[in-house]
Ligand binder design. Structure first.
Ligand SMILES: Cc1cc2ncn([C@H]3O[C@H](COP(=O)(O)O)[C@@H](O)[C@H]3O)c2cc1C
Ligand SMILES: O=C(O)c1cccnc1
Length: 332
């Protein structure tokens, strides 16, 4: 078991004045602890993008139609999305998983696309449970298998990203239920809800969570989640089981991280928070997991984009631990 003191001692012994790399040293500590290694690797790394649709879109909680999920997955598969541009520039392998889209992307599908759709979107969570327990287990297993395959392929750092119109409503429900914040703080503008739409969204979040009567067991979480969110939770839990670090993205991936930590306590030990999303509930969600974001850049896209922007800083932290001589070795 590598402790914070072990990593700090190693950093302090390097050929540089103690503490001279500031926050980068704190990030090196996080990376070493999450990897349980004093020489942590950040390569090779993979982004798995989970896509699904949300029945609650029918309530007017987002200005975008579910068809945009399909259009964006097609754009991602074509390598022309923000996420794929960032993945390419940072040498990140990409996979795309249809966890439950209403309309799958046009074929032919490339080898890095997994077509395993659980259902064509969730049930509207304002009308009843968004998924069955069986569907929850299938989505969870989908994420677990993706993580396991990545690890078996030699990936040393895993990132989950998401695409799913309406998914910030599910994320708000989950954060309200699991991070102890009220519905108003948990509800942001997502991909561009205006003030009136945000009120509708907030009231739906408040009612859906109130109907759980304080429960946060698997059945309760299944009632307010989305397929891509549950798949990301399974992905994180499996990475944790294997001791492989995960870099979180924004509000939606952190909602998945909250599910993983609730159902598999200890999953958070492999988590590093890439950035603080502009969604107002994100700070509390990260605090609930004991995480400090690398960046606070007011990003609010999803698709893994914030994690990808933070990634070069993680590379820098890893290089410090792996490639810098000790002061004692240089006669200092
Ligand atoms: C063109 C476009 C690209 C996106 N990429 C990620 N999202 C992000 O916005 C959606 C969630 O916001 P809401 O809950 O408000 O619908 C998700 O798809 C998320 O990944 C996008 C949204 C749009 C419109
Ligand atoms: O922070 C996020 O994950 C986010 C914010 C807005 C829209 N989609 C995702």
């Amino acid at each position: 078991m590598i402790t914070r003191d072990d990593v700090q001692a190693r950093l302090d012994a390097l050929a540089k004045p103690v503490g001279s790399l500031g926050r980068l040293e704190a990030l090196a500590v996080e990376l070493a602890l999450a990897s349980q290694s004093l020489t942590p690797l950040t390569r090779p790394r993979r982004l798995v993008l989970f896509a699904a649709d949300h029945g609650v879109v029918a309530q007017g909680v987002t200005p975008w139609p579910s068809a945009v999920t399909t259009a964006m997955v097609e754009t991602i598969l074509g390598g022309k999305a923000s996420s794929t541009a960032l993945a390419t520039v940072h040498d990140v392998d990409v996979r795309v998983v249809n966890a439950g889209m209403i309309q799958p992307p046009r074929g032919p599908w490339p080898a890095h696309f997994n077509a395993a759709a659980i259902a064509p979107g969730t049930v509207d969570l304002s009308c009843g449970p968004s998924m069955t327990l069986d569907q929850f287990d299938t989505a969870w297993a989908l994420g677990e298998v993706e993580a396991q395959q990545a690890i078996e392929a030699g990936q040393r750092l895993l990132i989950a990203g998401e695409m799913g119109i309406g998914n910030t409503t599910a994320a708000a429900c989950l954060t309200h239920a699991l991070a102890g914040i009220d519905a108003d703080t948990a509800t942001g503008s997502g991909a561009g809800a205006d003030a009136a739409m945000r009120i509708i969204k907030r009231d739906i979040v408040a009612a859906a969570v109130a109907s759980l009567g304080g429960r946060t067991d698997k059945a309760a979480l299944a009632a307010i989640a989305g397929f891509e969110i549950v798949a990301m939770a399974g992905f994180y839990a499996q990475a944790a089981r294997q001791g492989v670090p995960v870099l979180l993205d924004g509000y939606v991936t952190t909602a998945a991280a909250l599910i993983a930590e609730r159902l598999c306590p200890g999953t958070r030990t492999v988590m590093i928070a890439g950035h603080l999303s502009a969604e107002p509930g994100h700070r509390a969600a990260l605090a609930q997991l004991g995480l400090t974001p690398v960046l606070e850049w007011q990003m609010r896209l999803g698709e893994g984009s914030g994690a990808l922007v933070a990634l070069p800083l993680l590379d820098s932290a890893g290089a410090l631990l792996c490639d810098v001589a000790r002061l004692s070795d240089i006669g200092g």
